[in-house]
Write a protein that binds this ligand. Structure first.
Ligand SMILES: Cc1cc2nc3c(=O)[nH]c(=O)nc-3n(C[C@H](O)[C@H](O)[C@H](O)COP(=O)(O)OP(=O)(O)OC[C@H]3O[C@@H](n4cnc5c(N)ncnc54)[C@H](O)[C@@H]3O)c2cc1C
Length: 289
């Protein structure tokens, strides 16, 4: 009597280093999927919405999860979990926008698994880590068949679920070069553990009541995270007075392109982007919640 073996639904590979992971990823191409915390891909695979031939588990690769400061640059391993972020005193004290984002992302169970690298690599417009990393001017270090390259996070996102990641490439580190005095992040969501209807982050320095180097980024209001450059240009060098914030609200409407979806309507998103702009600037000025 012979045994009938069920065909494997997918190959599972757990390479021990980045070189092997990259080679595997290159050889399988789009038929492979990287597994980090699994909070995005496992639900999709269970529902049959994603059916890779090969799952490449990168969690066995050493030294991919860390939060450290080197010569004033914050370095984050791609496999650092969101909960590690939330609990890090270094992040809480020096990078409040990142801390605030980690506080409102998912549930404790999700945060314990979800990694910061995957939150960026998925290129979801609702990513909670993207807006603060954009306003902090983060750079991504990406390992691939040609070695390691560095790219500004802003150039990385191309559209809904699309990034400039090439075949065989794996995000290994996120670098945050500076930490302006004033920072904040806010998010609107339907329930406590939901993706954003809108999220927004800002960072700036303040001297003699005037802001400089102001950056503003929003999520869930366009196919990819939006840097509100016209609004920034208007506010740059000015006092963040109520009158200036009111004018900035008028400008920001022209920089976003929200849609109706299961989480919200375009109209609500447009209105609330204005409200959140005022709130996030005031929150940053106040120095946190
Ligand atoms: C119930 C629930 C609530 C959620 N709430 C939120 C929320 O509030 N905010 C939010 O932003 N997200 C939320 N998410 C989405 C998800 O948790 C995050 O996007 C998370 O950061 C994904 O991390 P992961 O390690 O689990 O990803 P995985 O599922 O392991 O990986 C996702 C994909 O990212 C890519 N990838 C992962 N790591 C790398 C790498 N190093 N290099 C190259 N590609 C890589 C791969 O393509 C992989 O297929 C939620 C998900 C669930 C299920």
């Amino acid at each position: 009597m012979g045994f009938q073996t069920q065909p494997k639904e997918f190959e599972y590979m757990a390479p021990a280093n980045l070189e092997d992971a990259s080679k595997l990823y290159l050889s399988y191409g789009e038929k492979a999927c990287i597994l980090a915390g699994g909070t995005d891909i496992v639900p999709l695979m269970k529902r049959g919405l994603l059916a890779p031939e090969c799952v490449i588990d990168i969690t066995k690769i050493p030294d991919m999860s860390y939060i450290r400061l080197e010569d004033g640059v914050l370095k984050l391993g791609a496999l650092t979990t969101i909960e590690d972020f939330r609990e890090s005193p270094l992040i809480e004290q020096n990078y409040p926008a990142l801390h605030m984002a980690s506080e409102v992302m998912g549930s404790t169970i999700i945060r314990n698994l979800a990694t910061v690298g995957a939150n960026i690599c998925r290129a979801s417009p609702a990513s909670d880590m993207a807006p603060p990393l954009v306003v902090l001017g983060a750079n991504l270090r990406i390992f691939g068949p040609k070695g390691v390259r560095t790219t500004p996070i802003e150039d990385f996102f191309l559209g809904f679920g699309r990034s400039e990641m090439a075949a065989g490439e794996i995000l290994c580190e996120i670098e945050v070069p500076a930490s302006p005095d004033k920072q904040a992040f806010m998010k609107l969501k339907r329930t406590k553990e939901d993706l954003a209807k809108i999220n927004i982050s800002t960072a700036f320095n303040l001297s003699d009541d005037k802001c400089s180097g102001i950056k503003i980024a929003l999520g869930s209001v366009a196919p990819k995270v939006v840097r509100a450059e016209k609004t920034e240009k208007f506010l740059e060098g000015k006092e963040l007075s109520e009158a200036n914030i009111e004018e900035a609200k008028r400008i920001i409407c022209r920089e976003i392109n929200p849609i109706d979806d299961v989480r919200s309507t375009a109209e609500y998103r447009m209105e609330m982007s204005k409200v959140l702009l005022g709130r996030v600037i005031r929150l940053a000025l106040k120095g946190g919640w």
